[in-house]
Design a protein around this ligand. Structure first.
Ligand SMILES: *Cc1c(COP(=O)(O)O)cnc(C)c1O
Length: 292
C-alpha cells in the first residue's frame, strides 16, 4: 500500500504524470480510441494486451479515478460504474449465478434492498437478510451450501447503524465466502473496510465522493485478498476457462489481485454496459442576491 497520506492520495493518487504531461487527470471525453492495425485491436479484444479502444470497457480518465479510489481503500484493483446500483449489482453478479444464495444485512439502502429482494430474485439469486447486529451464531445459521457472499454497509443508509465489519468478515471467511461492503456513507476517509477484513468494497460516488450533488456514479474496489482458487468449485466464473475470451482463466492470467475486476469489466461491463462517461460536470453558479 502507498505510504502517502489520504489527503495526498485524494489529489495525486492513481495518476503520475510524466515530464510535460498535464498535472491534473485529463478528461478523455472520447467514445473510441485509435489503433494502428487490426492485429493491435484483436489483442486488446482478446485481453492479450492492455489498452484502450472503447469507453464502455475502459477509459484512461475512469481508470485514473478508479486507481485513486483503489489506493484510498487499500485495494489492488478497481473500476468505475454508472451508479452505485450498478456497482452493487456487478459486485454480486460477478460471483453469483442463478441458483446461488447471498446473505445481506437488512440495514441497507432501499434501492439495494429492492435490487436484491425483487430484481435479483427474479434472476434466481436468493437473499437472506440478517440483522446488522447479528451474533456469530446468528450469522452462521444463515449460511447454505450455495451461499456465495455476505453483503453489508459500513454505515447504513438511512438507518445509520454501524456494521461490525470484522465480525462479518471473520464469519464469511470461516464459511469460505467473501464479504462485500458498500462504503458509500463512510468513504475511505473515515473507514477503510479492507483493513477490517472486507474483500470487495463498493461505492455510490453520487454521495460524499462526488460531494457537490452533480454526478451519479459508482465504483468497485477489490482487496485482492480473497482466495478464489481455494474455493474454485464455488467460483467457476473466476477459476475455469471463459469461452468468450478464448478460454482465459481469470485467476491464472490476472492473479488474485486482478481477477475479480478484470472479469467484471470483460464480462459484465461488456454485456450490461453500466459504464460512466468522463466529462466535466458544470456546477450551478451560486447566485448572489444584491440588495441595496
Ligand atoms: C445511494 C446509494 C446507493 C445507490 O447509488 P446510486 O448512485 O444512487 O445508484 C447504494 N448504496 C448506498 C449506501 C447509497 O447511499
Amino acid at each position: 500500500m502507498s505510504k502517502k497520506r489520504l489527503e495526498t492520495i485524494c489529489v495525486q493518487g492513481g495518476y503520475t504524470p510524466k515530464n510535460g504531461e498535464p498535472r491534473q487527470i485529463p478528461i478523455y471525453q472520447s467514445t473510441t480510441f485509435k489503433y494502428d492495425t487490426s492485429e493491435d485491436m484483436g489483442k486488446l479484444f482478446d485481453l492479450e494486451a492492455s489498452g484502450y479502444f472503447y469507453t464502455r470497457l475502459q477509459n484512461p480518465t475512469n481508470d485514473y479515478v478508479a486507481a485513486r479510489l483503489t489506493q484510498l481503500e487499500g485495494g489492488t484493483a478497481g473500476m468505475l460504474t454508472s451508479s452505485g446500483q450498478a456497482a452493487n449489482f456487478y459486485a454480486i453478479f460477478n460471483i453469483a449465478n442463478c441458483g446461488d444464495h447471498i446473505i445481506a444485512s437488512s440495514a441497507i439502502y432501499g434501492g439495494t434492498f429492492n435490487l436484491f429482494a425483487v430484481t435479483m430474485k427474479k434472476m434466481g439469486i436468493e437473499f437472506t437478510f440478517v440483522s446488522p447486529d447479528s451474533t456469530e451464531e446468528e450469522l452462521d445459521n444463515a449460511f447454505k451450501p450455495n451461499t456465495k457472499a455476505v453483503f453489508g454497509e459500513t454505515i447504513a443508509n438511512p438507518a445509520c447503524s454501524v456494521l461490525d465489519i470484522e465480525l462479518f468478515a471473520n464469519v464469511a471467511h470461516k464459511h469460505g465466502v467473501p464479504l462485500i461492503i458498500d462504503n458509500t456513507f463512510a468513504t475511505p476517509i473515515n473507514c477503510r473496510p479492507i483493513e477490517w477484513g472486507a474483500d470487495i468494497v463498493t461505492h455510490s460516488t453520487t454521495k460524499y465522493i462526488d460531494g457537490h450533488g452533480s454526478g451519479v456514479g459508482g465504483a468497485i474496489v477489490d482487496s485482492g485478498k480473497f482466495d478464489w482458487k481455494k474455493y474454485a468449485d464455488k467460483y467457476p466464473g473466476l477459476t475455469t476457462p471463459d469461452d468468450s475470451y478464448h478460454g482465459v482463466v481469470y485467476v491464472d492470467k490476472f492473479g488474485l489481485e486482478g481477477a475479480f475486476i478484470t472479469k467484471c469489466t470483460a464480462q459484465l461491463m461488456r454485456d450490461f454496459g453500466y459504464s460512466i462517461t468522463p466529462k466535466r460536470i458544470l456546477r450551478k453558479p451560486r447566485l448572489r442576491k444584491f440588495t441595496r
